[in-house]
Design a protein around this ligand. Structure first.
Ligand code: AMP
Ligand code: ZN
Length: 436
């Protein structure tokens, strides 16, 4: 059974005691890594933390820290203890890699089992996991959790929509894990195949996450499929999914505070904000062995929700993520920094200096388009050459980003230049049309 009543409904004071004890153990463990060993060698960070709020005197850890310490700078155990590596998408230069020992994987599986159990998933369910398997944490994370619950798991991964529907129908799947954008797109295939999910399937629950989505999107999926949809939040730096999850009340996501210590900070000043104010979520791992992270800046914007949750769990809830404090874009679940697009385009000699990035919604999926000027000194001006160049740019971007954008080549100096900071990213996903 994965209803850990004692810990999930623990009295706040007891929970704080547990967190403090785990925090100090975690700091000791972190010091074994090259990165924290160096950072904590100064005596002021070396003392035991006596009160949780004293954590704020320790500096943040950032994504750049992880990249600069690639590959093993954050590893806190011997390599022979490590059994798994995951990596976040959306990297410029070195990827961020995260290591797990056998007990890290075990704890993560328990957490996902807890999340699934919370929403009513039981042994008799059939779980079709439509999230990507591989370096991305969505697929394998849920896979291990579902197996712990004893639920038959179909590791189908994303895409191949007609086959997905065939499996859903034939295997009588009751639970799915899916990107919200894909859930909406998949629906158009139901229409094409004349399958009515409400009439012809046995689905009752979906877990959605990995990309920002609104309450309206959740409601829409619930309505189309006739199921309950729960928001799942996580990031590969913490483990992946399983950091915060909605309970049956569907009003905010409980952060599993026995394993993660959350803070909300002002992204500009770095100050810890009073409860209820919106800011950036900072997380500290409390039980990770291979790679503890201290005050990791997630860049995700949210707030703590006030009051107690009617479900009885005492772990604090965060509001759904409303955006990010950096320029990272999430395109159908894949993380992309605009600088990756710039770097890739500028490495092609026939490409000029200026470019624009637009993102739209098309059949519920994110569509990335890039408009870029050609370099007239290199470009000879034939149509065949233009087509070749376009193909080259698309292929280079696909390799770098892991998603395929559409590329439109335009004449030199024809794109607008702004005074001051260039605005190159136009996100029209909330409904506006854009120009590409
Ligand atoms: P990754 O480490 O590649 O799995 O990406 C993690 C990022 O995905 C997070 O930092 C968030 O920006 C985003 N993300 C994950 N889950 C959610 C969610 N439920 N709602 C909004 N954004 C999410
Ligand atoms: Zn609750």
């Amino acid at each position: 059974m994965y209803w850990e009543k004692d810990v999930e409904t623990m009295d706040r004071a007891d929970l704080a005691g547990l967190q403090l004890q785990r925090l100090n153990a975690s700091l000791t463990q972190a010091k074994r890594s090259a990165f924290y060993g160096k950072r904590f060698s100064s005596t002021s960070y070396n003392d035991e933390i006596l009160e949780l709020r004293d954590l704020s005197r320790i500096p943040f850890t950032t994504k750049d820290d992880l990249r600069n310490a690639f590959p093993y700078g954050f590893l806190s155990v011997d390599l022979q203890e490590v059994i798994r590596l995951h990596s976040s998408s959306g990297t410029t230069g070195n990827p961020t890699v995260v290591f797990h020992t056998a007990s890290d994987i075990d704890r993560w599986g328990n957490l996902i089992a807890r999340c699934m159990y919370t929403t009513g998933v039981r042994k008799h369910d059939v779980f079709q996991n439509m999230m990507g398997y591989g370096l991305f944490t969505g697929g394998l994370g849920f896979h291990y959790g579902a197996e712990k619950l004893g639920v038959m798991t179909i590791p189908i991964g994303p895409g191949n929509s007609k086959r997905q529907i065939w499996f859903l129908k034939q295997l009588k799947a009751t639970v799915i894990h899916i990107l919200p954008s894909y859930a909406l797109r998949l629906y158009s295939f139901f229409e094409e195949l004349e399958v009515d999910p409400k009439r012809d399937l046995h689905l009752r629950i979906a877990f959605i996450g990995a990309e920002p989505h609104s309450e309206e999107i959740r409601k829409k999926i619930e309505l189309l499929y006739g199921i309950k949809v729960y928001n799942s939040y996580g990031l590969s730096e913490m483990c992946g999914p399983g950091v915060a999850f909605e309970c049956e009340c569907q009003d905010g996501l409980h952060v599993w505070e026995d394993h993660f210590y959350p803070e909300i900070i002002d992204p500009d000043t770095g100050e810890v904000l009073p409860d209820g104010e919106r800011g950036e979520l900072v997380l500290t791992t409390l039980s990770r062995e291979a790679m503890p992270l201290v005050r990791y800046r997630t860049r995700d914007l949210t707030r703590f929700l006030p009051g107690k949750c009617p479900c009885g769990r005492t772990h604090r809830r965060i509001d759904r993520i409303t955006g990010r404090s950096d320029d990272m874009l999430i395109i159908n679940g894949v993380n992309i920094f605009p600088i990756q697009i710039e770097k890739t385009l500028m490495a092609i000699p026939e490409i000029g200096r200026n470019y624009l990035i637009e993102i739209h919604k098309e059949s519920f999926m994110d569509k990335l388009s890039v408009k870029v000027e050609i370099n007239e000194e290199v470009f000879q001006g034939t149509l065949a050459e233009l087509e070749k160049l376009q193909g080259k740019a698309v292929a280079a971007l696909r390799t770098e980003l892991g998603v395929t954008p559409s590329v439109k080549l335009v004449e030199p100096s024809s794109l607008p230049v702004s005074e001051g900071k260039a605005q190159r990213v136009y996100d029209y996903r909330d409904g506006e049309k854009g120009s590409l």
